[in-house]
Design a protein around this ligand. Sequence first.
Ligand code: NPW
Ligand code: ADP
Ligand code: K
Length: 499
Amino acid sequence: MLQLLTSSQTREADAHTIKNKPISSLDLMESASNAFIYAFKQDVPTIDSLISVYCGTGNNGGDGLAIARLLKENAYDRISVKIARFSAKESADFSANLERLKLTGIPITEITNTDVFPEENAEVIIDALIGSGLNKALQGDLKSLVIHLNQLQKKVIAVDIPTGLPSEGPIDPDACILKASLCVCFQRPKINFFFPESAKALERFKVVEIGLDEQFIQSQAGPWKYIEEKDIRYSIKPRKAFSHKGTYGHALIIAGYTETMGAALLCADACLHSGAGLTTACIPENGYSALNSFAPEVMILPRSELILGKSLEKYSSIAIGPGLGTDKEATDLLEYVLNFNKARIVIDADAINILAANTELLTKLPKDCIICPHVKEFDRLFGKSNSWWDRVTLALKKAKEFNLIILLKNQYTFIVTPDGDILINPTGNPGMAVGGMGDILTGMIASFLAQSYPAIEAAMLAAYIHGAAGDQLIQMNSIPPRYITEQIPALIKRFTAPD
Ligand SMILES: NC(=O)C1=CN([C@@H]2O[C@H](COP(=O)(O)OP(=O)(O)OC[C@H]3O[C@@H](n4cnc5c(N)ncnc54)[C@H](OP(=O)(O)O)[C@@H]3O)[C@@H](O)[C@H]2O)[C@@H](O)CC1
Ligand SMILES: Nc1ncnc2c1ncn2[C@@H]1O[C@H](COP(=O)(O)OP(=O)(O)O)[C@@H](O)[C@H]1O
Ligand SMILES: [K+]
């Protein structure tokens, strides 16, 4: 997993690299600027594009000056540089790069006040005004400049981070930010890129290596970790020779209601496709024939038997909630499952809403229980948050308090653990924003739990593979959830095979 850094940790990684590699800070800036150019060339291959580089006077601005010079060396020769000089300060590496830039003949304009902005006919704007050194919300002259640049509606490519976006912490919905169509960021994505509020600052990002000390970065403390394919390959176990259905556990799916039987079918079918040896669905009687025709491999536990106290001993995992409803019977079922207390459980959808209405049940959750709320379910359960940063911070607190794994769903799903980690899932795409998609994920988690994966791994494998299945169908505008299920077995097999 990639350890993500706060802006102050990034500064430490920067200083550590300069001291120990060793490399001068000016050479590190050159390396960062070269890495930017590499990504830029892929996005703007036309060398006669008109490019304007807007620079602040800190190190982000220093990058901008070096980038302008390197673009010229790479045959882009229709470049101009605009320096926003609203204060007398400049960083040493900015000054050094300004001297180098002056030798190239690239036109440089200084913007010292905002009464009149220089005319701008560039097709591409490179934003090197402020990077990770942002220390307050934009205001004054710089804010006026950013508002002006946003109004031009040009293609903007940001260096390291869009000007005005903080690297971490709550994103103010009213903040003034220079909106980028692409951000080329250095070494690690910024934590704030993973929150929906960042959509006002950037459309997409690319991460480029700039030569910071990886060992140092990985040894940094902090909850934010980014899941990589190699983590999945490392966790996932191939099926063994001489194994049989009993080897892979027996999952019980307690789900479905007259109007929402589909949720139970999708969930049970996804569990089956994710490798559980046996899958049983506990659904109302009016769903039996639908289940038998949709997924004949799945067995049935009559709802009436469970209500009468049928033992849960034989099940290696239990999923409860998809399409379950929130009536008295559903509440009793959840309580019964929680009282059993031995099962490896995943709680979703209506079962989360039942928890929200009966918060005393939270204390009955067994150790390493997984809940997988979407944002509304999460807020119903734990209260409203003002920002995603606050919401995930709250999840961290609740995961510790209740010894619980919280899988908070979104474009980037956050898996928050009782040990204080926040694992960010990178897979998935907006085609997956279709009802029933979460039911598939819950079935997958139940399946991995049944197969004896530790709970955090079960959550991680399910989230990653679920999203990766969606990414295999990226050519579809919207993805019916059952299409995800079809992808799962081959995808799991692929992750068990050598690279
Ligand atoms: N290790 C790495 O990743 C590497 C990072 N590198 C690059 O360095 C960048 C970080 O550079 P940095 O620390 O010099 O800060 P930077 O972003 O230029 O901003 C500081 C300037 O902005 C000003 N300022 C701040 N807030 C403001 C506001 N609201 N409104 C107005 N002004 C404001 C602040 O002024 P002050 O408040 O101090 O008066 C100061 O002048 C990083 O993003 C990357 O591009 C690479 O070169 C090499 C390796
Ligand atoms: N824009 C998106 N990008 C990536 N994944 C998404 C996106 N939208 C939805 N998903 C995924 O689809 C699932 C939706 O779950 P949920 O909202 O519970 O659906 P439902 O309740 O209809 O089953 C989650 O796993 C979520 O991560
Ligand atoms: K920037």
